[in-house]
Design a protein around this ligand. Structure first.
Ligand SMILES: NC(=O)c1ccc[n+]([C@@H]2O[C@H](COP(=O)([O-])OP(=O)(O)OC[C@H]3O[C@@H](n4cnc5c(N)ncnc54)[C@H](OP(=O)(O)O)[C@@H]3O)[C@@H](O)[C@H]2O)c1
Length: 265
């Protein structure tokens, strides 16, 4: 096990000349995670590509697949053991962990609120992140960085997004708090807030998605932000700054603006 996160915040990670940087990405079998995995491989990093779909992970040339369900803590623990062995055997330093895996489901009937849906989304997008942090963080070297996938949906209250938005808002708080506590260990934390990105997740949406970008472009933005050590990586800027500006307006005005068919009410 990499000792840098053990008990001493100040022990620097000593790399040998052969030590190669490794990146772990959850949700690497599809969409943004897949684009991230491909770009990191191209940059010469050792990529641990995580997901449930083994076939898709195996097809990422040059990456090491780690097959596990983020909603199964025993599987996460097993994956961390596998990871630890692989890091040691291959003289790798885990410099980045990007917890990107997630799902999106909408609350279609607010009166008959679907509690099970709410639980599923919170479990996949937030609770699982806690277990991934528990098992993967001790393997991250000093000067490492953790990226937590949130969404620009957290800037405003969008209709039907009670579960998804709440899960990502929780990720924002988790990231802010973790950033403070990990500082002493030399580990940075970035929260990632994309606008609309074309992936299988958004292909299911039946509403307009302004300023949507490709998964490739999203991955480039994330890699840039992670390298620069940005606390909040948000993109595309024209879209995210617009949302941030609207969020500064009076709440009643914003609420009316975002209420479906408000003009007809
Ligand atoms: N697309 C957007 O516009 C957008 C915007 C803001 C934020 N995001 C966030 O970006 C992240 C990636 O989304 P995407 O758009 O790239 O979606 P995607 O193409 O559907 O990919 C989702 C990934 O998450 C993995 N995953 C889901 N549930 C899992 C589970 N229980 N265990 C293990 N892996 C699981 C999937 O892997 P397997 O199926 O192999 O398990 C898949 O690789 C999500 O957190 C999403 O909320 C997306």
């Amino acid at each position: 096990m990499n000792s840098s996160l053990s008990d001493s915040p100040s022990t620097p990670n000593k790399l040998t000349t052969q030590t190669k940087e490794a990146v772990l990405i959850t949700g690497a079998s599809s969409g943004i995670g897949l684009a991230l995995a491909l770009q990191y491989v191209e940059k010469g990093c050792h990529v641990f590509a995580c997901g449930r779909n083994e076939q898709k992970l195996n097809s990422i040339k040059g990456a090491t697949p780690l097959v596990f369900d983020i909603n199964d803590k025993d599987q996460i623990r097993q994956a961390a053991l596998q990871l630890s062995t692989s890091l040691e055997q291959n003289d790798l330093s885990l410099t980045m962990v990007i917890l990107n895996a997630g799902s999106c489901e909408y609350i279609n009937n607010p009166v008959h609120f679907d509690g099970a849906l709410f639980e599923r989304v919170i479990q996949t997008n937030v609770v699982s992140m806690g277990y991934c942090l528990e098992h993967f963080l001790p393997l991250v070297g000093a000067n490492g960085r953790v990226g937590l996938m949130s969404s620009s949906a957290t800037y405003l209250p969008f209709p039907k997004a009670e579960a998804y938005g709440a899960s990502k808002a929780a990720v924002n708080y988790l990231a802010s708090s973790l950033r403070i506590d990990l500082k002493a260990y030399g580990i940075g934390v970035s929260v990632i807030c994309p606008g609309f990105v074309k992936t299988p997740l958004t292909d299911k949406n039946d509403f307009a998605m302004p300023m949507q970008i490709s998964a490739d472009k999203a991955a480039s933005e994330i890699i840039y932000g992670m390298n620069k050590g940005q606390s909040e990586i948000h993109f595309p800027k024209r879209f995210t700054y617009l949302l941030k500006c609207i969020a500064c307006l009076p709440k009643a005005f914003v609420s009316r603006m975002l209420t479906p068919n408000a003009d007809k009410a």
